[in-house]
Design a protein around this ligand. Structure first.
Ligand code: ADE
Ligand code: ZN
Ligand code: ZN
Length: 258
């Protein structure tokens, strides 16, 4: 009986201390589905083979699914990077356990490594799809003090939550679109706009999220009651970030499978 009680307590503790699923399933799938629209023929073929026919949307949440498995503990810090406002990624001491930049670079390296097995490559591809989504969630380029907004309490339509969760999933859920609707109704881009999004590298894209993160902190107070006005203010940003993540994921994959 005592053992059962302990087991129950452990299950409850794990359930309620687990952090949110990053962009949330819908956000990650939308980014992956948008990437599919921009893949080259060669990349599409290679990916299909590697994933045994599965699409990018389905595998985009894998990196969150393995979070609760202790065998994959080392990938925990790979979902984000934290450094103080006003500092650069380079000046700030690196997290020895890795961060989202290391994660993306290592995933790409494995996909390009001729000696890596199909299984290792499939694993790395799933991680890359996910981390390119996280890279575009502004609070994943966050502050260590409040764990990227996880300790920044706010109210969302009257309910208690935190700023990180509002950005991961609350706004997207409130928007009430499926991932495929988010992908098919993504903003229309001119050729010039598309080229501008494709330009740069992973570090540049990280700083873009960082700038958004700074703007969010400048415009949000601890304990603030967030609801419709916050959606008007930021939902276009969320949609643009999901789209940029998808386009840039395709840029990386098209480069890998040139
Ligand atoms: N845990 C600590 N910092 C985090 C961040 N910026 N994003 C997600 N999870 C975190
Ligand atoms: Zn998150
Ligand atoms: Zn994540």
């Amino acid at each position: 009986m005592r053992n059962k009680l302990y087991l129950l307590l452990i299950i409850l503790a794990v359930t309620f201390t687990a952090t949110a699923d990053d962009w949330g399933r819908t956000g990650h799938r939308a980014t992956a589905e948008i990437a599919e629209q921009y893949l080259s023929k060669k990349a599409r073929k290679a990916i299909k083979e590697l994933l045994d026919g599965q699409g990018l949307a389905i595998v985009s949440t894998y990196a969150d699914d393995i979070k609760s498995d202790s065998a994959y503990k080392k990938y925990g810090p790979w979902h984000y990077v934290n450094f103080p406002f006003g500092q650069t990624y380079i000046e700030h001491p690196k997290n020895e356990e890795g961060d989202i930049i290391v994660a993306i670079q290592e995933s790409i390296a494995t996909l390009q490594n001729k000696a890596a097995s199909k299984q290792e490559k499939a694993f790395s591809l799933k991680l890359l799809v996910h981390f390119m989504g996280d890279l575009h969630q502004p609070l994943h380029i966050g502050l260590a003090d409040d764990k990227g907004g996880n300790d920044f309490q706010v109210r969302w339509f009257g309910d208690g939550t935190n700023l990180h969760t509002v950005w991961d999933s609350k706004m997207i859920t409130e928007y009430e679109m499926s991932y495929s609707e988010l992908a098919t109704t993504a903003p229309t881009l001119s050729e010039r706009e598309l080229e501008k999004i494709k330009k740069g590298n992973v570090i540049d894209w990280m700083y873009e999220s960082r700038t958004l993160c700074e703007d969010i902190y400048a415009n949000t107070e601890v304990g603030e009651k967030l609801w419709y006005p916050y959606m008007y203010q930021y939902m276009d940003t969320v949609r643009a970030q999901l789209q940029k993540g998808g386009i840039r994921l395709a840029v990386l994959l098209n480069e890998i499978y040139k």
